[in-house]
Design a protein around this ligand. Structure first.
Ligand code: EPU
Length: 338
């Protein structure tokens, strides 16, 4: 187990903020986590701690005057092998895209559309990551956790109460359980989901769809729109796409006939936040050391040397402009850490 005081979080946040944690703890096994949770050190920091994953969805306001925990549980085992599917149990610290690569390599279908998403397995199940018509909850069978007293609890998929970028671990049980492993059910015969944007055209241009072709196409689409955090600090989509009543959407549509939408259910629609940001003129605009990405307005970037407050100020100004024009409140997907 790694335990460091006054620790730089630069390698642990894709926004590239050079901030420090009072104490940083990284554990390698479930039993190390258990012992740490029962230790005096954890007792001292219990009232002010966060547990991070790959740091791809975080914005630090400044130094973190508390404990930062990180899982380095990185095992992968096959728990069940049936004629149609395979059940994998994967440690929370396993890098998400390495898991997708493993699945594609072994002919296991279900997560290929989720290629090239930054972050780790633990966060995938908390955040319900999604892209190109697939959400990770489609394949999650169970989530193994530990509460802060060191007791194990397994949540089945229903108990996780998944929604769009949402789960029980972000709401009612926020901060109360630490994910140790996630169980994913992958299929041996792929059912391709290619109906998002130009994914089908790109995949079929290569011939008959394969898992590898989908992975290549998704990675190429993402690379063309989303900045590489190693080059330009960012946390992917900064905002979630707002879900609004269909009645509100229909009256807005009369005034703004080009407003795109995705149906959520009979009474609600989702409006792309990237479109709203672009319409109020923020796409590509700079504010101090922060900016709105010029190829995907949903992504805010650190141009180098930005502090959390600058990015938050930019986010607030965008939200206000959208609210004033459309009466829609967009909210950050990124977690502000203060
Ligand atoms: N749009 C614009 N201007 C922009 C960006 C988008 O007008 O600058 C409009 C376009 O009409 C476009 C629509 O928004 O057709 C949707 O854009 P896109 O297909 O790029 O997807 P998104 O809604 O912007 C969501 C996820 C992404 C995910 C893509 C693909 C959220 C918050 N974001 O973005 O997730 O990759 O769909 O499925 O739901 C992430 O979470 O970090 C992430 C990148």
């Amino acid at each position: 187990m790694k335990l460091c005081n006054n620790y730089s979080l630069l390698p642990h946040n894709t926004f590239g903020m050079d901030v420090r944690a009072t104490l940083f703890v990284e554990y390698d096994t479930v039993s190390e986590l258990h012992d740490f949770l029962l230790s005096e050190t954890f007792g001292k920091h219990r009232s002010h701690f966060i547990h991070i994953g790959g740091g791809s969805n975080l914005l630090f306001a400044g130094d973190y005057h508390g404990l930062v925990m990180h899982s380095a549980i990185c095992d992968l085992t096959v728990v069940e092998d049936t004629p149609n599917s395979l059940l994998l149990r994967v440690g929370a610290g396993y890098v998400w895209d390495e898991l997708v690569a493993y699945c594609v390599e072994h002919g296991l279908a279900g997560v290929e559309n989720l290629s090239a998403i930054p972050g780790e397995v633990g966060a995938s199940a908390v955040q319900n990551i999604g892209a190109y018509g697939v959400e990770v909850c489609d394949v999650v069978e169970g989530v193994e956790t530990m509460d802060l007293q060191g007791n194990l609890r397994i949540f089945n998929r229903e108990e996780c109460r998944y929604g769009y970028r949402d789960s029980i671990f972000k709401k009612e049980l926020r901060g109360q359980y630490i994910v140790t492993h996630v169980m994913y059910r992958l299929q041996k015969s792929p059912v391709f989901k290619l109906d998002y944007g130009d994914l089908r055209a790109r995949v079929e241009a290569e011939g008959v769809p394969t898992l590898k072709a989908v992975r290549r196409a998704v990675t190429a689409i993402r690379d063309s729109k989303l900045p590489d955090p190693k080059v330009l600090g960012n946390a992917g989509s900064f905002f979630t796409n707002p879900v609004i009543p269909r009645t509100q959407y229909e009256s807005l549509k009369e005034q703004y006939p080009d407003m795109p939408s995705y149906t959520v259910d009979d009474t609600r629609v989702k409006v792309p936040a990237g479109w709203l940001i672009e319409q109020v003129g923020w796409k590509g605009r700079v504010l101090g050391h922060a900016a709105v990405h010029d190829r995907q307005a949903l992504v805010l970037v650190n141009r180098g040397g930005a502090v959390g407050a600058e990015v938050m100020e930019l986010a607030n100004r965008i939200c206000d402009d959208i609210y004033n024009k459309y009466g829609i409140r967009i909210v950050p997907e990124v977690n502000y850490i203060v």
